[in-house]
Design a protein around this ligand. Structure first.
Ligand SMILES: Nc1ncnc2c1ncn2[C@@H]1O[C@H](COP(=O)(O)OP(=O)(O)OP(=O)(O)O)[C@@H](O)[C@H]1O
Ligand SMILES: [Mg+2]
Length: 403
């Protein structure tokens, strides 16, 4: 009571409780900053009250009052979280100073805790930022690697294409000569038979007829033409593929160049034909497209990925449709397949880097993310529609660039 009066005189707002339980009950209804508690109390001891308070009101400053100079109890109280203790007989100044110090210490501890929390929040925030930055860095690193890989493959295939070009050239030209030679030989043989008939030498005619039959000469003359034509077709195909590889690997990464997107699609198709031919027939619905300035090699990469994805989605025999058209100032390329389709929950993820449903080694999950980047670079759009079991269609919209 005396203590309470002293403190009130100092301007503190004080309440007194008759027991530890009363004090705890009071603290439930009102918020206090400091508790002065006797160590010796009936029922609940000061130490018990101190422990209860530490649990439930950790912000409360506690100062113990004790009748005896019992250092052990006092130290135990400090250990338990009390800020100090005052020994009877109480000196007014000692009480006031202890209370003032206690309140000050409480304030500092709260401040300190707030700072710590703020610091932890900042550290967590920075860590999150750093993790995000690291993730982005890792992503772009992978993308650069992928692009470098593509560039390497491009260079390699350009070299190979060049090497294949020469022998194909002379094989094609030789086949052309051979076709003409065979025609001449056939013509000569025909003339010879006619001449033989005129000679009326029956024995020789019969012998030659027999030989002609056993050597299957008539069949050979016909078949030789077919074989040569087929071979010429073969070399034409090789030329197309070589041209495709060359277009595909052209080094126009830094600068836009004029391109006919339909041709670009054809070149790309030649390059990936091997992946597609056993899986699907390709239907082409090329519309009339204006020439547009673009990063051709990179767009080739986009179409290649869409075509390969379509082929991968088809299990045995399907159809891939390539449709192009122009509308207003844009041109559109739509690549559709009647393959497996994409599950709804995956539709949002397919453009994310590293999202793949393919087994290890078959897909890195970068194709569409790089494609989306390339289309973005062209200020275009790429969109997808898909139904599981029915198929998928990707539509690329590109603004026509003439300047
Ligand atoms: N036409 C499609 N039909 C069905 N699923 C598709 C089709 N195109 C893409 N997907 C799905 O989107 C995923 C991501 O495609 P993306 O091209 O980005 O990577 P990927 O083909 O798995 O690997 P990568 O192209 O790097 O070799 C694929 O794994 C597949 O699940
Ligand atoms: Mg892919």
């Amino acid at each position: 009571m005396l203590v309470s009066r002293w403190l009130q005189k100092e301007g503190y707002d004080c309440q007194t409780a008759q027991s530890g339980h009363d004090a705890l009950a009071l603290m439930e209804t009102e918020k206090f900053t400091l508790l002065l508690s006797d160590i010796n109390m009936p029922r609940m001891t000061g130490m018990e009250l101190l422990r209860a308070v530490r649990e439930e009101h950790p912000d409360l400053a506690v100062i113990m009052l004790t009748a005896v100079d019992d250092r052990e109890i006092a130290l135990a109280a400090l250990e338990c979280g009390a800020y100090g203790y005052v020994i009877k007989p109480f000196e007014r100044m000692e009480v006031v100073i202890n209370v003032a110090n206690g309140l000050r210490r409480r304030q500092l501890e709260i401040l300190n805790r707030d700072h710590l929390q703020e610091l932890e929040r900042l550290v967590a925030e920075r860590t999150r930022d750093l993790e995000q930055a690291y993730g982005e860095l890792k992503n772009s690193h992978e993308q650069i690697l992928q692009q470098e890989k593509m560039a390497c493959i491009g260079q390699l295939s350009a070299g190979v294409a060049h090497e294949i070009n020469n022998p194909t050239g002379f094989v094609a030209s030789n086949l052309g000569s051979l076709a003409r030679y065979v025609d001449r030989l056939a013509e000569f043989i025909k003339a010879q038979s006619t001449a033989l008939k005129l000679l009326n030498d029956e024995r020789a005619t019969a012998e030659l007829k027999e030989l002609r039959k056993s050597l299957k000469l008539d069949f050979i003359i016909e078949d030789a033409r077919d074989l040569i034509n087929e071979s010429i077709e073969g070399t034409d195909r090789i030329k197309k593929i070589v041209q495709g590889l060359k277009n595909f690997s052209r080094k126009d990464q830094e600068e836009r160049g004029p391109a006919q997107i339909n041709d670009l699609l054809e070149s790309t198709l030649n390059v990936v034909w091997n992946e597609i031919k056993y899986k699907a027939t390709v239907e082409k619905e090329y519309g009339e497209l204006p020439i547009t300035r673009c990063f051709g090699q990179q767009l080739g990469q986009v179409f290649m990925n869409l075509l390969v994805n379509a082929a991968h989605a088809i299990e045995t025999k399907g159809v891939i449709t390539i449709k192009t058209w122009a509308e207003d100032d844009s041109l559109f390329v739509r690549i559709s397949d009647n393959g497996s389709g994409i599950a709804k929950e995956n539709l949002e993820k397919i453009f994310e880097a590293f999202f793949t449903t393919k087994e290890v080694g078959k897909g890195t999950g970068l194709g569409l993310s790089i494609s989306a980047d390339i289309i973005r670079k062209h200020a275009g759009e790429i969109s997808v529609e898909s139904t599981v079991g029915t198929g998928t269609q990707f539509t690329v919209k590109l603004p026509v660039v003439t300047e």
